[in-house]
Design a protein around this ligand. Structure first.
Ligand code: LLP
Length: 422
């Protein structure tokens, strides 16, 4: 049995007891299951394989903002993934993980000159461009270094979709993409530019998309725009249809991948372009837990607090988005149930993972996991309260591999410089 399963009363990750991982590496620690990543990758790739002909398979560009550990990138690459990046840092992570630059797509509303130069010199597949000023900027930078850029334009389809307002990106008031009229202007402008080729469109309506029909609504905006562009003499040879596939945190309605693949087949495939996708959370979200230890049980008149050694700096999603994450004990999993507020040690009340959650009873020194933490977990962690970043472990075929050691507090402090103020 692989994934996060109970074996002999103890929660395991791909057949390694989490008690052993905690003993060897301490807590808080992110633990990832390679098996779950593979299952997710194969489910998505498999649905597309069934729906689309062999020569029109999408390029699955893993959106590495979800989890950018180089070992995770390298593993997903070995399964067949390409890469979507949003920064120079992610470019270098991708290259370090063995991706060819030609497998990499660069997105984001604001790309710095040095990032564009690094991407151009490496030879990435394309830039997804989100405004006319950005188009001018890329053209100028490309001209300065004499390397032509390949770009697609991100359409803002004016479709709501993300799991919460902070991660919805496809509404016209959002900062992302350009509207249909601006797409035409952008292609016309690009045609006059010497240092870039405009070859297509992209669309990404948000993350943890809960109204799955929104994908279809966004796709349906593409064909008429593509036909109009072609009628105007422009080339449209690539369509990047984004990411946003939801995972299970609690009781979400999941996207039926076969339905999604049929929408791609019925709406996108007839446009006869290269198809690119940008899945992030779907590939890694359910593949990770944050392993933590109970520091204290603090009983008050109002509630019982389970004070754990993980905090909002380690996993910000509950604090930032009021996001729900399942929490489970690692041992004594058949103990009586009890209601807890689960909180971290940071000095603000927002450092709360959940309130009034019924869990099995736990005591000081017990281990617990915060589930579905493989995406937007470690990569959003910070040093708030000068807490070191957690360790990361990748479990593969029954063996735990340390893929990032716990940060040393002295590394954090060593960055600060006391100036000579006379
Ligand atoms: N492509 C683009 C252009 C994106 O902006 C994103 C996510 C993705 C792909 C991948 O989306 P996914 O498949 O992972 O849903 N920190 C938030 C999520 C922010 C998502 C940002 N963009 C959270 O913890 O929920």
């Amino acid at each position: 049995m692989s994934g996060f399963t109970e074996i002999k009363g103890v929660l395991n990750a791909d057949n390694v007891p989490l008690t052993e991982i905690a003993a060897a590496y301490g807590t808080p620690t992110y633990v990832y299951s390679a098996h779950v990543m593979k299952t997710q990758y194969e489910a998505l790739a498999g649905a597309m394989k069934c729906a689309l002909p062999a020569d029109k398979q999408p390029i699955l560009c893993y959106a590495c903002k979800a989890n950018s550990n180089v070992a995770v990138l390298s593993y997903l690459r070995s399964l067949g993934a390409s890469l979507e990046i949003v920064s120079e840092g992610e470019l270098h992570r991708g290259l370090a993980a063995g991706f060819k630059a030609s497998q990499i797509v660069s997105t984001g509303v604001g790309k710095q000159r040095r990032e564009i130069i690094a991407c151009l010199k490496a030879g990435i597949h394309q830039f997804n461009v989100e405004s006319l000023p950005e188009l001018e900027h890329i053209n100028n930078v490309a001209g300065d270094i004499g390397i032509k850029a390949t770009v697609v334009f991100r359409l803002n389809p004016n479709v709501a979709g993300g799991g919460n307002t902070k991660i919805s990106t496809g509404r016209k008031r959002d900062k992302f993409g350009i509207n249909e009229q601006t797409v035409y202007k952008a292609f016309d402008r690009a045609a006059q530019m010497d240092n870039l080729d405009a070859v297509g469109l992209s669309v990404h309506i948000g993350s943890q998309v809960s109204t799955v029909e929104s994908f279809k609504t966004a796709f349906e905006k593409m064909p008429s725009i593509v036909h109009n562009l072609r009628d105007q003499g422009h080339t449209v040879s690539r369509l990047d249809i984004g990411g946003g596939f939801p995972i299970i945190y609690k009781d979400e309605k999941l996207l039926d991948l076969d339905h999604y693949a049929q929408w791609v087949r019925d709406i996108i495939l007839p446009l006869d372009t290269q198809i690119i996708m940008e899945p992030g959370r779907y590939l890694v979200g359910n593949a990770g837990v944050l392993l933590t230890e109970v520091l204290h049980v603090k009983e008050t008149e109002e509630t019982d607090f389970l004070i754990i050694d993980s905090a909002m700096n380690d996993l910000i999603r509950p604090t930032l988005y009021d996001a729900y994450h399942g929490i489970e004990a690692v041992q004594n999993r058949d103990a009586a149930e009890h209601s807890y507020d689960v909180v971290g040690p940071i000095c603000e009340s927002g450092d709360t993972f959940t309130k009034g959650r019924i869990l099995t009873q736990m005591k000081e020194g017990d281990l617990a996991v915060i589930k579905s933490a493989g995406a937007y977990g470690f990569c959003m962690a910070s040093n708030y309260n000068t807490r070191p970043l957690p360790a990361e472990i990748l479990v593969h075929e029954g063996k735990a591999h340390l893929i990032c050691p716990r940060q040393d507090v002295h590394e954090i402090i060593a960055r600060d410089i006391i100036p000579d103020l006379g």
